[in-house]
Design a protein around this ligand. Structure first.
Ligand code: ADP
Ligand code: GLC
Length: 481
């Protein structure tokens, strides 16, 4: 099958979070299964190291964006025989310090930037000689693609408009813009209605996609059910319930080529289920790297996260503050909202040998924290899938998760099933429930036999991409037939 993936970020080229991991791994897995994959993504600053491997495509983008004509080019990276990346090169839009914004502020022209990107994707899908059988879009950044395609289908002139699938990685990010920005789409006004792209007076990329994509998926079965309820639908429950029959929950997989403890360039020591010495050595190296007391008896809790409300940082800070006198250690890496960054930095200043806080984005440190920690914290308010808990399981770091979304689907909690458990789960979103989970972890740490059994079970769990990519393929087949 000829499949076009379109996404605002994709690992290893660009990444702000799990969206990039998922798109990169899905594309790779599908190509391995013998399908022809084209991934379209913007060419951002920071992707220079890939440029020497690309070639220009003989293609000139000249796209109407409101009353402007914006030009751009395409660079091709041929990853393998069946897999190419088309990078949308529009320096004014994409050669910037950030991907979506800087210093916690979104770029003011994000509507324009991603209308352009979506139009570029449709332009390629339509005119490339090897046109795709299907387009798979991800999140708000590419969610206008299904609406633009729908319009083409209605208008005629494009012999065979391929079906479109939209995957929802996170309903909290909707790409909502002031009404005047709808003009950038150059679509007739009848698309700017509550039955289409209008969402409480705003131009909503995500809503446009929710309505016009032929099928919808989200990244875990539990999140697929949750988003039909008011608590999790971020205001889009009406539309989602209308489309519930075409909405599927497929749990993400893990790319174990990148996320493994054997030959991992980021790790100081390798280890596996049968030889855990390297994990203890990695913990020591991490403690030293981060200036923590290099103790072999203190439990170390890791956290690698965007520091935003979704991730439960507002319950994590007080829970740590209230319990750090119990002597455990914390290694946190993240960036996001300034008040969380500052709050965690204050905790680190209060407990310098116990708590290390690194504000920023650092792939290598993310791997080292996963490997060096005894426990991994994910007290999310909501979590569409979550990848870090699956990485933690493989790295033998016991995940402490709230029982929501993909966390619910991928971790077996100690209270839930003591003989099969590989993690600690709590249900209420609150400081005291999290404190109880921390206490449970500290208790578990005293019972090394039980802890090691849980670690081993976790490390044996298999979330490789085969099952996930097969589920997508099954859906693709239904859509093209
Ligand atoms: P989300 O996509 O909601 O942020 P996921 O758990 O799905 O959550 O994926 C997060 C991904 O981003 C993981 O690969 C994680 O290691 C990575 N990540 C998050 N913050 C950082 C950071 N500050 N530095 C390095 N990697 C990070
Ligand atoms: C989003 C979600 C996260 C999910 C990721 C990849 O960023 O917040 O839960 O794992 O997308 O699908």
């Amino acid at each position: 099958m000829k499949i076009m993936q379109v996404a605002g970020e994709c690992f290893p080229y660009s990444k702000t979070g799990g969206l990039a991991d998922m798109v990169g791994a899905l594309t790779k897995a599908l190509a391995h299964q013998g399908h022809e994959l084209t991934l379209v993504t913007p060419l951002y600053r920071g992707m220079e190291s890939w440029l020497s491997k690309t070639k220009p495509l003989d293609w000139k983008l000249e796209l109407p964006i409101g009353n402007r004509l914006v030009t751009g080019q395409i660079r091709v990276l041929q990853v393998s025989q069946d897999f190419r990346v088309l990078m949308v090169d529009q320096p004014d839009f994409f050669q910037r310090k950030g991907i979506y914004g800087e210093d916690g502020e979104d770029y003011a022209d994000n509507a324009e930037r991603f209308v352009f990107f979506c139009k570029a994707c449709v332009n390629l899908a339509r005119y490339l000689p090897d046109a795709p059988d299907l387009i798979h879009a991800h999140d708000w950044q590419s969610a206008l693609v299904p609406m633009l395609m729908h319009h083409e289908r209605m208008r005629g002139g494009w012999a065979k408009v391929p079906p479109s699938l939209l995957t929802l990685h996170n309903l909290a990010y909707q790409g909502n813009f002031p009404p005047a920005s709808f003009g950038l789409s150059n679509l007739p006004e009848n698309y700017f209605t509550p039955q289409s792209a209008e969402f409480y007076g705003q131009f909503s990329f995500l809503k446009a996609g929710l309505i016009h994509a032929d099928r919808l998926t989200t990244v875990s079965p539990t999140y697929a059910r949750e988003i039909l309820t008011d608590e999790f639908s971020c205001g889009l429950g009406g539309v989602l319930n209308q489309r519930a029959d075409q909405l599927h929950g497929i749990l993400n997989g893990v790319d174990y080529d990148d996320w493994q403890t054997g030959k991992n360039p980021h790790l100081t020591h390798s280890y596996d289920r049968t030889n855990m010495r390297g994990k203890a050595q990695g913990k020591l190296a991490l403690q030293k790297q981060l200036g923590l007391d290099p103790s072999t008896t203190k439990p170390l809790f890791g956290c690698v996260s965007r520091l935003v409300d979704q991730k439960g940082m507002d319950i994590l800070m007080p829970a740590l503050n209230a319990t750090l006198d119990r002597g455990y250690q914390v290694a946190l890496l993240g960036s996001g909202m300034p008040h969380y960054q500052e709050g965690f930095e204050r905790i680190a200043a209060r407990f310098p040998e116990q708590v290390s806080v690194t504000i920023g984005y650092d792939d290598a440190l993310a791997h080292r924290i996963e490997a060096g920690s005894d426990f991994f914290l994910m007290p999310s308010r909501f979590e569409p899938c979550g990848l870090n808990q699956m990485y933690s399981l493989r790295y033998g770091s016991i995940p402490i998760v709230r029982n929501v979304g993909g966390l619910s689907d991928s971790v077996v909690g100690l209270d839930e099933n003591p003989t099969q458990a590989d993690g600690i789960k709590f249900s209420d979103f609150g400081v005291s429930a999290l404190m109880q989970a921390l206490a449970q972890a500290l208790e578990l740490y005293q019972d090394q036999k039980q802890l090691k059994a849980m670690q081993k079970r976790g490390m044996a769990r298999d979330f490789s991409w085969q099952a996930t990519s097969n589920a997508y393929l099954e859906l693709y087949r239904q859509m093209v037939s």
